[in-house]
Ligand binder design. Structure first.
Ligand SMILES: [Zn+2]
Length: 479
């Protein structure tokens, strides 16, 4: 490796030395985001936004395929409306940004910049649902929300972030419950199949559930450093919001009933998961299914006659089978290699005079660095298959990592030991008492991630208090 190239790579801190700094370096060097002018806000740059758009497009298709319609609700919420549901307002109050003035004039009532839009949908539903014939209402919106965070990091915790929020109303509790399950399934499919990130599906404990919800379902993913990242949540509201907002309908017998509601969201935080699950010391690694560019052609010795022409011909041919781009600039190939490795482009296609002579190209995988020589006549067939292999390998690698770093603990000594030695997920039994959750968090700074749907019995007693255990819980330090 030339001196110039070496310097380029050295711009990223090694993840083993300082994982947080490595993350910041990748975010900047891969040109995903820049910092906004107000603390905690972010400018999502073209490359970062292109990845997010691919995630968004896939999810949007899935949301529509499950019968939902997109809508757009306002950015602003009058204070009196936000106050209507007690638990909800208590949960969000510390993070709300307020508008107090319109121009020079002080407003009679403060206006919240939406931290989430439950109350807006509830108010709307209270006026627009009358009969059982109006149900279900299956709405989703794509937008941005603001939560005034004290400590912020790009994608992971930003004061303003992008997401989708689904808000639905149903005739029965069972319908709402099915919807909550369905949408968690959609998130799990998206994250596993497109982002190649394995997830644990489960229910949040009472203290970790969404403010105002009956219960919250979640998908939890393990990052490279063993910490958890909540990657999507689906909430069942029961009829709590409907009672606070008086959302009723006349059933088939002409009797007035409260609706049963859900909400569910997935945000730009998932970009943080993408970086921290697949990235390495050379930069980002983007799974092919969501990569804006799946293969980058880098011509070698492109000043030699015919090389660039052949490379562009190759681009035109491969365009039919994958999202392919070419860098025909006069930068050195070594610079280009580093640049596209940093950006995590799944496959690099090299083509120089010798390759042209032999009627072949070189395909280099970003995930393993492996090279293969492929006949020019076979590359259209081979490239899509290779992209599938990279996608599958990324998933398998992440699953293997999670399995290696998932432990069981039956007492607090074992629990603490795991977190000190190899941070990861801990499967441990719990009595169901909040006091034990609090104590675990105080002593270890791990939180309950979820009560997994797939239950096991690793002991009879609670890991913390020793009393009879109710359920298995996944615990971890989390982002
Ligand atoms: Zn206990």
């Amino acid at each position: 490796m030339g001196k110039k190239n070496k310097q380029f790579v050295e711009k990223i801190t090694a993840m083993e030395d300082d994982f947080a700094q490595w993350y910041t370096d990748v975010v900047k060097q891969a040109e995903l985001v820049d910092y906004g002018q107000v603390k905690g806000t972010m400018i999502i740059k073209p490359y970062g936004y292109a990845i997010w758009e691919n995630v968004k497009d896939e999810l949007d298709n899935m949301i529509k395929a499950t019968g939902h319609s997109n809508v757009s609700f306002p950015l602003f919420i009058p204070e009196s409306l936000l106050q209507k549901e007690k638990d909800h307002v208590e949960g969000f109050a510390p993070e709300v940004a307020w508008v107090t003035h319109g121009g020079e004039e002080e407003l009679a009532e403060r206006i919240a910049v939406r931290p989430t839009s439950e109350v807006l949908f509830c108010e709307y539903y209270s006026k627009n649902i009358h009969s059982y014939r109006d149900l279900p209402k299956l709405y989703n919106q794509w937008g941005n929300v603001v939560r005034w965070e004290k400590t912020t990091r790009p994608f992971l915790r930003s004061s303003e972030f992008h997401w989708q929020e689904g808000h639905t109303a149903h005739a029965t509790d069972e319908d709402a419950s099915n919807e909550t399950d369905r949408m968690l399934g959609v998130y799990a499919d998206l994250v596993e199949e497109y982002l190649a990130i394995p997830v644990i599906r489960g229910r949040k404990t009472e203290s970790e559930k969404f403010a105002g919800a009956k219960y919250t379902l979640t998908i939890e993913a393990m990052m490279h450093d063993g910490k958890a990242l909540q990657s999507g949540t689906s909430h069942h509201f029961g009829s709590g919001f409907a009672e606070a907002f008086n959302i009723t309908y006349l059933d088939e017998n002409g009797e007035s009933q409260h609706v049963h509601q859900t909400s569910w969201g997935l945000s730009t935080r998932i970009m943080g998961a993408l970086i921290m699950v697949h990235g390495d010391n050379r930069g980002l690694v983007v799974p092919p299914r969501i990569a804006p560019t799946q293969a980058m052609i880098v011509p070698i010795a492109q000043h030699k006659e015919g090389v660039l022409d052949k490379a562009y011909d190759l681009r035109d041919k491969l365009k039919n089978v994958a999202r392919v781009d070419i860098d025909g600039s006069d930068k050195m190939p070594g610079w280009k290699f580093n640049e596209y490795e940093m950006k995590g482009i799944p496959v690099r296609v090299e083509m120089g005079p010798k390759d042209i002579e032999k009627e072949q190209v070189v395909l280099v995988r970003r995930d393993t660095g492996e090279k293969e020589f492929v006949k020019l006549s076979e590359v259209e067939d081979r490239l899509p298959k290779l992209l599938d292999e990279v996608q599958q390998n990324l998933y398998n690698r992440a699953l293997e990592h999670r399995n290696e770093r998932t432990f069981t603990a039956t007492n607090m000594e074992e629990f603490s030991k795991v977190l000190e030695e190899t941070p990861g997920f801990i499967k441990a039994m719990w009595c169901g008492e909040e006091a034990c959750e609090d104590k675990i968090q105080e002593e270890t700074s791990a939180t309950s991630r979820c009560i997994p749907f797939e239950q096991e019995k690793v002991a009879d007693h609670c890991v913390c208090c020793g009393k009879e255990a109710k359920e298995l819980v996944y615990w971890a330090k989390a982002y």
